[in-house]
Design a protein around this ligand. Structure first.
Ligand code: HC0
Ligand code: SF4
Length: 560
């Protein structure tokens, strides 16, 4: 331990602490723009400047030393902080009222915190990049903090963004769509301001709701419920599912369903696909195929490994294909009138919905994807008062789900759900303990071995594209020991998706994961093959997993 003096108070801290950490321990928070609890020290904004033994130093980078005297708010320090902040403010557009991050912007907050009351203003006027269906980049708003670049390069290992000539830009200055960007949106979560955001499409929703000809249906992704509470001023996980459904009905949705329904269905299809590959010597390891940022990644970086992917579409797309065929038929509704909206934690889902492969119903299967953040905005815009709502049930035929589907939202959940079902199908025995805890948690790589009546199946789980890359390098080298691997694009799984509420720090993601498993434990059915509406779907329409109709609507092939 090292003793230092912070604003006159002595504090003992570990030797590797920075001045910023030591100050926090002494009860003095030092504001900054480029620092982030989960990312490396950058020293790009210089707003965290403090006096160390009489000299101005950046608190984020300066390590403590014995007897160090730190002052965090002398007139000289405050003046230096303000001057450094004013350099950023000088070129930053002042269109806060029109910005998606208005009221959730670290630059706004910092300006208020440091009581900056005037500054010179010559804003940058650079062109917005709207080239992808998922992400919008407004370089005029970039503060050069460098957080997005670290996330894209070091965590996701994509390398679509770089710092060149002192400017954050896309590689070679190309439009994002022409780079290797996978549209995961992790950069948007890391951005302190509105320089990178989702492509906002709430007006398309409002138009659809106002159109009397349209029947507007929705599906909610597994990771949304735990996080949407954060958008409406509640604790993570505290908005109960059926009150959330009631809120969606207030917004005007005609039918409210759940992606969990097709998550259970995915387990039926993907579980049987795995068993078929194991039995018939198909390509192994089989890789899950539901995370669209991950699909973009394998297509871009490992196209020759595409045969390892399960042929299952994602639950979002299975839902889209079924709602305009099976459900429309059962309800006697013209599928041309159905406007299918999905509510997702993900920005890459916006792209997935527009893929040419995703039109097997004869229409675009999913018409509109809204992120958790966009739905939060809609709830606030429409003044939905959750404390006044009575819980409302999901609509039937595609609204039932089990705990196995709920856990899809957290890394390891698809694997655990598959194991719950595959074990019972193969062994014919009842799984007494459905909790496969070895594959749970925030950790980037996890593995387990399961005994299926004498056959040992080795499985692995990876989240974040950096971890996916490690898995893919093993497969490429022919050294992968696994039979089945779950890969999710975003750190922690979909609970950390690029469309989730901001902040989405590791601490927040861990809280959301907790909320997911609490929901699973509280449900009466926790195995996908027990979902009564999935059983009905097979009886009435699909007839069997991997059958003709399933191939037509629920499976696809991605080509390089
Ligand atoms: Fe996910 Fe999904 S679990 S990718 O993370 O499989 O986005 O929540 O909706 O489609 O179900 C996201 C979350 C989904 C899909 C499901 C899968
Ligand atoms: Fe990189 Fe993902 Fe952002 Fe694209 S969306 S620039 S891949 S972090």
């Amino acid at each position: 331990m090292v003793s230092v003096v912070i604003n006159g108070s002595k504090v003992d801290v570990p030797e590797d602490f920075t001045v910023m950490q030591a100050a926090a321990q002494a009860g003095f928070m030092i504001p900054s723009l480029c620092s982030h609890p989960d990312l490396k020290v950058k020293e790009n904004c210089n707003v965290c400047v403090v006096e160390v033994n009489g000299e101005l130093k950046n608190a984020c980078a300066e390590k403590v030393s014995p007897g160090m005297e730190v002052k965090t708010f002398t007139p000289r320090v405050i003046e230096a902080k303000r001057e450094n902040l004013k350099k950023i403010l000088k070129v930053h557009p002042q269109d806060c009222l029109q910005c998606a991050r208005n009221q959730n912007c670290e630059l706004q907050a910092l300006t208020a915190t440091l009581t900056v009351r005037s500054f010179e203003h010559k804003p940058l006027q650079l062109t917005k990049d709207t080239s992808t269906p998922s992400i919008v980049r407004d370089p005029s708003k970039c503060t050069l903090c460098g957080r997005c670049v670290e996330v894209c390069n070091d965590i996701q290992t994509v390398g679509a963004l770089e710092i060149k000539d002192g400017v954050v830009q896309t590689v070679d200055g190309k439009p994002l769509i022409e780079t290797k960007c996978v549209m995961c949106g992790q950069c948007a979560l890391a951005c302190p301001v509105g320089a990178i955001t989702e492509k906002e499409e709430i007006d398309r929703f409002l138009e659809a709701i106002a159109d009397p000809e349209k029947i507007v249906v929705t599906q909610i992704a597994p990771a949304v419920r735990v996080a949407v509470a954060e958008e409406v001023g509640m604790e993570t996980g505290s908005l109960d599912m059926l009150t959330f459904v009631a809120g969606l009905r207030q917004l005007g949705f005609d039918y409210v369903f759940h992606t969990n329904f097709t998550a259970d269905l995915t387990i039926m299809e993907e579980g049987n696909e795995l068993l078929k590959r194991l039995k018939e010597g198909g390509t192994l390891p089989m890789l899950t195929s539901c995370s669209p940022g991950w699909i973009n990644f394998i297509e871009t970086f490992y196209p020759e490994q595409l045969p390892h992917l399960s042929t299952c579409k994602s639950p979002q797309q299975m839902f889209g294909a079924l709602v305009k065929t099976y459900w429309a038929d059962k309800m006697g509704i013209d599928p041309a009138k159905i406007f299918s909206v999905s509510i997702m934690p993900c920005t890459a889902k916006k792209y997935e919905a527009t893929r040419p492969e995703m039109r097997d119903s004869g229409y675009q299967d999913v018409d509109l994807v809204l992120t958790t953040r966009e739905v939060g905005r809609l709830f606030r815009m429409c003044g939905v008062g959750f404390d006044k709502l009575q819980p409302s049930n999901f609509d039937s035929l595609m609204g039932a789900y089990t705990g196995a589907a709920v856990i899809f939202g957290a890394s390891g959940g698809v694997m655990e759900a598959a194991l719950r079902t595959v074990y019972e199908v193969v062994t014919g025995k009842t799984l007494e303990d459905v909790n496969f805890t070895a594959v749970r948690g925030f950790e980037g790589m996890k593995e387990a071995e399961v005994d299926l009546d004498g056959t040992k199946v080795k499985v692995a789980v990876a989240n974040s594209l950096g971890c996916a890359r490690k898995i893919m390098e093993e497969i490429k080298a022919g050294t992968s020991p696994y039979h089945f691997i779950e890969i999710m694009c975003c750190p922690g799984g979909c609970i950390g998706g690029g469309g989730q509420p901001i902040p989405s720090t590791v601490a927040k993601r861990v809280e959301r994961i907790k909320g997911i498993y609490i929901e699973d434990e509280g449900l009466p059915l926790r195995k996908s093959h027990e979902n009564p509406e999935v059983k009905l779907l097979y009886e009435d329409f699909l007839h069997e997993p991997l059958g003709h109709k399933s191939h037509e609507l629920l499976h696809t092939h991605y080509t390089p």
